[in-house]
Design a protein around this ligand. Structure first.
Ligand code: FEO
Length: 390
């Protein structure tokens, strides 16, 4: 387990989580990494740690460079335990290390670990000289927790961005020019959609505060390091955080006897007829985190369920809870479904879509089984609505 050199005296010493497939509900089909970075300077500095069970792996990489007891400073960019989990054991080895973190970082770390470590609270614009290198801190609250900050090393133009610009990818490669571009951008989009999306306004502020920095390398806390595709990922973050969806539709549904699915296809026909790509996403075969990746850039969100015991199907309820929490904006939505007698599910779906602040199209309710005429009517009516709003 070797460290990887980024620049003179600066190394990746993180851990690779090859097996993780579920990151609190997010399907991490490619695993992930927890990236820690070691800077060997007059003051030996570690930026972030790893999830607790990869502590030994991180220590093996650090030990290949220096004795971990010699670490003077630890920068804790983020409290969440995938980055701070290694701190308790590390501080048993590097007993005198000081922890540089934001005001909320100090509060959060104390609340998690109940330890009175040597905290040094830093704010945006504060700098720390570690020898030939300097570290400048910029607070980035809510990207992803209130405590988040990023650390900039001006002499080598490296931004240690923590969760921002991350991707859940476990790989042997560490740099973007060593890894397939499309997979990296897809995973960056999935990461943004499922973790960062609720905080678009804060991302905009972060992008603004980074504007004046010359960035030649973005070293995030998950996945691969950006050095060749920096303008591309910055541009994607700008688009995603601006909530600028494209003309395409997600049709998300579950069905009992196929009627709601027939309506889903009729809805797809309407979009197709208007030249708008529409993807059918059955909740039995699509994971909600993959659906959200598609929704990141989809202007239309159609959600369908039959009625079961006076409710929508649990798969649909789970998806709607997830969607509402991630809070995409500037979307147009439609509730649909079939029913036998009560038909409550469709109104319930519409209620949640309304709470999401989406512009609503007229809901579609079908009694039991739709015939061809009814399906054609659904398509024709929706086509007219799409024309009217564009
Ligand atoms: Fe990768 Fe918010 O922790």
């Amino acid at each position: 387990m070797k460290p990887i050199k980024l620049k003179e005296g600066i190394y990746w010493v993180g851990g690779i989580d090859w097996d993780i497939r579920n990151f609190h509900g997010y399907l991490t089909q490619r695993g992930t990494t927890y990236n820690a970075y070691l800077i060997v300077d007059e003051k030996v500095t570690l930026i972030d740690t790893v999830k607790h069970y990869l502590f030994e792996e991180m220590m093996e990489r650090i030990s290949a460079i220096i004795d971990p007891a010699k670490i003077d400073y630890i920068v804790a960019n983020h409290v969440e335990m995938d980055h701070s989990g290694g701190l308790p054991r590390l501080l048993e080895v590097a007993k005198n290390a000081g922890i540089y973190t934001s005001p909320n970082g100090e509060k959060g770390l104390k609340a998690h670990y109940k330890k009175d470590w040597k905290f040094h609270v830093v704010k945006s614009g504060d700098s720390l000289n570690i020898g030939r290198y300097n570290l400048t801190f910029v607070q980035t609250p809510m990207v992803h927790w209130p405590d988040n900050m990023v650390t900039y090393l001006p002499e080598e133009q490296i931004l240690f961005s923590n969760d921002a610009f991350g991707q859940h990818i476990a790989s042997a490669e560490r740099f973007d020019d060593e890894f397939p571009r499309d997979i990296m951008l897809d995973e960056a989009a999935k990461y943004y959609a499922n973790i960062v999306m609720p905080y678009g306004a804060q991302v905009q502020k972060t992008l603004d505060s980074l504007k004046h920095l010359d960035v030649g390398m973005i070293a995030p806390s998950h996945g691969i390091i950006w050095r060749s595709r920096i303008p591309e990922i910055l541009s994607e973050y700008k688009t995603w955080s601006n909530n600028e969806p494209t003309e395409k539709a997600a049709i998300v549904y579950d069905s009992m006897w196929g009627s709601t699915e027939h309506v889903a296809y009729a809805i797809q026909n309407a979009f197709e007829n208007r030249g708008i790509p529409a993807r059918l996403m059955n909740l039995r075969t699509n994971h909600i985190s993959d659906i959200m990746t598609y929704i990141l850039t989809a202007k239309y969100i159609c959600v369908g369920s039959p009625t079961l015991n006076s409710n929508m199907l649990p798969t649909v309820a789970g998806f709607l809870a997830y969607l509402k929490g991630l809070s995409p904006k500037k979307r147009i939505a439609l509730a649909f479904g079939s029913y036998g007698w009560g038909g409550q599910s469709i109104g319930q779906i519409e209620g949640t879509l309304k709470e999401c602040d989406f512009q609503l199209l007229e809901m579609v309710r079908i009694l039991y089984v739709p015939d061809d005429g009814q399906l054609q009517e659904v398509t024709a009516k929706l086509e007219q609505e799409i024309i009217a709003i564009n």
